[in-house]
Every structure is written in structure tokens, then in C-alpha cells.
Design a protein around this ligand. Structure first.
Ligand SMILES: Cc1cc2nc3c(=O)[nH]c(=O)nc-3n(C[C@H](O)[C@H](O)[C@H](O)COP(=O)(O)OP(=O)(O)OC[C@H]3O[C@@H](n4cnc5c(N)ncnc54)[C@H](O)[C@@H]3O)c2cc1C
Length: 396
């Protein structure tokens, strides 16, 4: 019998809720090649999660669903992933990056305007990266000049996830170039419908348009949209960048575990009969399964340390590296076992994680984890310099 109020009870509650609420046909409805259908499906699913309180466990307790400790937040992510629910792709930046930035660094007026709007479906994107500023984000050059009660902003952003659907943007701009590059950066909230904003989706090798470029030509942004202090936006950006607290990796690892069966199915000709698979392939599948289990165990330790406030520098980098390598090997095996049929499989389901079973799509998509959230090379720099205490990289 599960103790009321325990994590196990919460898990049971979510499973029951999923049994009653998960649309059986969501994968068909959330196709990447049918954008209106993708948007409708995501919005419907988001509204259900908000209503149940599962979208906002990390928000402060005065908000519906809010005030849950990190251990419960993890359980929610795990159960939704294990239950094969859609990812919250369209609303992730709104719920985490935007909401947490506003909660920690925004003004009362900004919170009052945007937090209720987010719960009703306001979509946010993150306008940080630029063509010359990714790993070295502080090199950003998009310029903002204050004129009376507004800033005038010109420049270009890139790789903004689902930026073409966004209502609002978390924007980093340069307001001063005279000192060190981290100083002189300012954090603004930009209405994507402002005059001078031109959003262009980027077509990827997968066929997907998951990112957008944002061109800014003398866009006027009211000073009331400043977050924190002018020229001190770098500190605010750190809050934004740490807002998801490793939950994405927890979720993606669970989704990969769920998809293990797809490897068995494809290797055994459609069934789930492990004994029908040749010994060499079995070894390969078990090898992947063991690595998923190892990653789960390491993640559990990382999250437990995070909850206890004793996370070691570099732990998250080690896990991120392990995940990105595993996701490549996992999907490469699926692609090989699936033979030529998988090479031609172009159907995909936006926001589905790895349970698509469309191996060509999943394999190509796995490369994004070499880059997202800090590239593998940048993670290796962190590990070598901060964990192994090797000499620091000489910066230009
Ligand atoms: C899935 C995904 C979602 C994203 N979403 C957003 C978003 O919503 N908003 C946004 O603003 N940005 C987003 N990005 C952009 C992301 O932040 C950048 O792609 C990332 O910071 C890398 O920057 P870059 O692409 O300019 O590559 P660069 O920084 O130019 O790197 C190019 C290569 O050089 C290597 N390199 C760079 N510096 C070093 C170094 N010091 N030592 C060794 N090697 C190095 C890198 O590892 C890489 O291989 C997203 C990216 C991905 C993949």
C-alpha cells in the first residue's frame, strides 16, 4: 500500500491520470510534416497538463500545481516519459526558461502580465545565440540603444527553438562594448509581433523546422521590459540557463529506455521475442540496455546530490557526454537493424523523443545532443579544467 503523499503515491496518481487522459492517437496527430496538427495537439496536451498541475510543479507554491520539491518534479517527468506521453516541446521555454527567469529576476508587473498568460498558452522562445556567439555567448553583438522610454534593437539571433511560433522572446542584447564582454549585456523581453522582427524557420537535415533565425531591425522595446539591471543581463541569463535543472536529461533517458523494445522488435522481426534474435545482436542490445541503466543510476545520484545541495562541479557535464554518445549509438543500432527500410523512413513525430522508431530521423536528430545545452567539446573543457584540474584553455 502506497503511503499517501509519498513519491510512489504521486507516481500511481500520474499513471492513473495518464490512463484516463493520454490521447491514444497523439503520434498520428502530432506529425512533423503537418504543423497545424502539431500545434493543436501540443496546445491541447499542455492545457490538460496545466489543469492537472503537472506542467508547473517547479513554480512557486502560490501558483496552481506549484511548490513541489525537486524529487516530485523528477517523478512527474519520469512518469510522463515512461507512460509515452508527448514532450512539452512548444511550451518548455515558456514554463521553464521564461517563468523561472521572471520568478527570480522579473518585476511584479512582468510576472503579473506573463505568468497567467503562460498558463493560458503564451509561447516563448529564447533569443540568446547569434551566428558569432554560441559556445562563447558573451561575444553577442545584437545592439540595443536606449532612447527615452524604450530600447532600439538591431541584430540577428539564430537557433531559437520553435521561434516561429513564439509570442514572446527572452532576448540578450549588448548595451555597452567598452568593458569585459560579460559586462554590457542586457536582458529584455520582446514581443515577437513588434515592428522590425522578421522570423525565418531553419530547415534541418531531418526535414524538420525546429529552429528559427530572428532578424531585428530597429525594434522598439519598452524599458519596462528590462529584466534586472541594464548591463547586468549576464547574471539573469545564468538563471535562465539553469532553469530546467537536469529534468530534460531525466526525461530523455526514460524515453530511450521505453524505446529499447523497439530494438528487440526490429531485431526479432516484429515480436518481442528475445530468443529469436541472434547472439551477436542480443549482445549489442544488452550493451545498450546496460548503458541506459548506468545512465539512469548516474542521473539518480546527480539528482539526489542536487536535492541535497552537494552536486560536484562537472557531474552534469559527464552525464551530458554519456547521454549524447549513447543516443547516437542507440539510434545507429536501430538504423542498422532496420536495414534499408529504415534508411528511407522519413515520417517523424515532432516532440516525441526516441519512441518514434523512425530510425533515420532519430539517428540524425541524435546529433543535436552533441550541441544543445553546451557542446561536447565545451563539456570536455569543463571536465578537464574544473574536475581534472588540467591547464585552462587560453582564451582569445
Ligand atoms: C537542440 C538545440 C536547441 C537550441 N535552442 C536554442 C534556443 O532556443 N535559443 C538559443 O539562443 N540557442 C539555442 N541553441 C543554440 C546553442 O546554444 C548553440 O548551438 C551552442 O551554444 C553552440 O554554439 P554554435 O552553434 O554557435 O557553435 P560554436 O560555438 O561556433 O561551436 C562550433 C564548434 O566549435 C567547438 N567549440 C566552440 N568553442 C570551443 C572551445 N572553447 N573549445 C573546444 N571546442 C569549442 C564546438 O564544440 C563546436 O563543435 C540550440 C541548439 C541546439 C542544438
Amino acid at each position: 500500500m502506497e503511503e499517501p503523499g509519498s513519491i510512489d503515491a504521486l507516481r500511481g496518481e500520474i499513471r492513473q491520470w495518464l490512463a484516463a487522459n493520454l490521447p491514444a492517437d497523439w503520434r498520428e496527430r502530432q506529425r512533423g510534416d503537418d504543423i497545424p496538427s502539431f500545434l493543436t495537439m501540443q496546445k491541447e496536451w499542455f492545457a490538460k497538463l496545466v489543469e492537472a498541475g503537472y506542467a508547473t510543479p517547479h513554480w512557486p507554491k502560490e501558483w496552481p500545481g506549484g511548490g513541489r520539491p525537486l524529487a516530485e518534479q523528477i517523478a512527474i517527468f519520469e512518469e510522463l516519459a515512461r507512460g509515452g506521453a508527448p514532450r512539452m516541446s512548444l511550451f518548455f521555454v515558456s514554463l521553464y526558461h521564461a517563468a523561472m527567469t521572471l520568478c527570480e529576476c522579473g518585476t511584479e508587473a512582468q510576472r503579473a502580465k506573463h505568468l497567467p498568460a503562460i498558463l493560458k498558452g503564451e509561447i516563448w522562445c529564447q533569443g540568446f545565440s547569434e551566428p558569432g556567439a554560441g559556445s562563447d555567448l558573451a561575444a553577442l553583438r545584437t545592439r540595443a540603444v536606449r532612447k527615452g522610454d524604450h530600447y532600439v534593437v538591431s541584430g540577428q539571433k539564430i537557433w531559437s527553438t520553435l521561434g516561429q511560433f513564439a509570442d514572446q522572446c527572452l532576448l540578450l542584447v549588448r548595451t555597452d562594448s567598452s568593458g569585459p564582454k560579460q559586462a554590457g549585456i542586457t536582458f529584455l523581453l520582446m514581443d515577437m509581433k513588434s515592428k522590425g522582427v522578421d522570423v525565418r524557420p531553419i530547415k534541418q537535415i531531418t526535414g524538420d523546422e525546429e529552429f528559427a533565425e530572428i532578424f531585428l531591425d530597429e525594434v522598439e522595446i519598452p524599458v519596462e521590459n528590462l529584466v534586472g539591471v541594464e548591463n547586468e543581463g549576464w547574471k539573469v541569463a545564468q538563471v535562465t540557463l539553469s532553469s530546467e535543472r537536469g529534468l530534460t536529461l531525466v526525461e530523455l533517458t526514460e524515453r530511450m529506455g521505453l524505446s529499447l523494445w523497439r530494438l528487440v522488435e526490429i531485431a526479432s522481426g516484429g515480436g518481442r521475442d528475445f530468443s529469436a534474435i541472434d547472439i551477436g545482436t542480443r549482445r549489442e542490445i544488452v550493451g545498450i540496455a546496460s548503458r541506459i541503466e548506468a545512465l539512469r543510476a548516474m542521473l539518480a545520484t546527480l539528482m539526489a546530490n542536487r536535492i541535497a545541495g552537494r552536486e560536484a562541479v562537472g557531474d552534469a557535464s559527464i552525464l551530458k557526454l554519456a547521454y549524447s554518445r549513447l543516443s547516437r549509438d542507440f539510434t545507429a543500432l536501430g538504423l542498422r537493424l532496420g536495414g534499408t527500410a529504415s534508411l528511407c523512413d522519413t515520417h517523424y513525430t515532432l516532440g516525441a523523443g526516441y519512441e518514434t522508431g523512425n530510425w533515420m530521423f532519430d539517428f540524425m536528430n541524435s546529433y543535436q545532443y552533441n550541441i544543445a545545452g553546451g557542446s561536447n567539446e565545451v563539456q570536455r573543457n569543463i571536465i578537464s579544467e574544473r574536475v581534472l584540474k588540467m591547464p585552462r584553455e587560453k582564451l582569445a
